[in-house]
Design a protein around this ligand. Sequence first.
Ligand SMILES: Cc1cc2nc3c(=O)[nH]c(=O)nc-3n(C[C@H](O)[C@H](O)[C@H](O)COP(=O)(O)OP(=O)(O)OC[C@H]3O[C@@H](n4cnc5c(N)ncnc54)[C@H](O)[C@@H]3O)c2cc1C
Length: 309
Amino acid sequence: MLYDTIIIGGGPAGLSAAIHLAWHDRKVLVIDRRTGPLFFTLEKLYNVPGMPGVRGTELQKRLRNQAEEMGAEIVKDNVTAASGNEGDFVVTSTDDQEYQSKTILLATGVARYHPTVDGDHKPCFAYAGKGNMYYCPDCEAPEITGKDTLVIGAGPANWAAGMAIGLSRYASKLRVLLTGDTDLSETRAGQLQEKGIAVHAGKIMELVGKKGVLSAVQLENGTHLQAEAFFVSSQAIGRTDLAQKLGVEMAATGNHAQPKSQRGDTNVPGVWIAGDLRPMSQQVAVAMGTGNVAALMIDQHLRKQEVLP
Ligand SMILES: Cc1cc2nc3c(=O)[nH]c(=O)nc-3n(C[C@H](O)[C@H](O)[C@H](O)COP(=O)(O)OP(=O)(O)OC[C@H]3O[C@@H](n4cnc5c(N)ncnc54)[C@H](O)[C@@H]3O)c2cc1C
């Protein structure tokens, strides 16, 4: 089967694109390995237009049902390679299954880093997106309004400091815990001091809490830091491996590459990008909107080819 479009990634961006393309009777395949944050987010989301207080898991289900009802095919698989040219792309998955398409939409999202607990990041899965452990100030900062909050720095110390300073208009009290890098600039250290934000440093040995709600972190040096809310400061890097394999132009930013395209069309004919993978803010509504824009461009592009002599 030659699909009109293969969409790699079935988060809000990929599924919104699938809905539009399937509505226009395009043969669409969404390949998704289901590791997107919303598959695990039991917290309510308050900034998704038209869906106040929807949980991440529910949002994923609604988008998936709508895409399937419209005629999109969705498979659970992990894409390891993508090659070829417009009209003749080949997408390969883990078990060497091959799929073919005229166009490709990459909506692979970002890889988010968790703090480690006794050297392992997995203990965070019990709390991330479940109760009071937050990652994205743009999405979730209002959740900590009036709360005693601990910012957990799992990346550069200055990022954690910047996050804490930005969160000071919401939280009643803030502290910063630096779990790795402790090299604060003079400016950031001064700003923290001015705002009365205490800084702790040390490795986390245990997360204390139950049913998704974290109550404290226990450090290697014996310190027990209790709080009502926890905000993680870490990197969220676009999953650009497939985009790079296909030749999508990258812009170097800090220690990683990200696609140059803001709009979603790329330098590679037949390849588009959408959602968090794009160099923009990470938000559900933005992901859905950019998925829709990419799908519009793809459908219009295919239509132009059909009407050309
Ligand atoms: C804890 C948390 C809370 C959040 N809360 C909010 C909120 O309240 N409001 C808000 O607006 N936003 C929120 N966000 C941000 C929001 O979840 C993202 O902006 C949104 O999910 C991005 O959608 P996307 O489709 O671009 O990518 P994703 O949702 O990340 O989906 C990408 C999909 O692609 C798949 N994939 C990647 N590579 C491959 C591959 N090689 N093969 C197959 N599949 C692949 C992944 O498994 C994943 O399922 C939150 C994020 C987190 C982490």
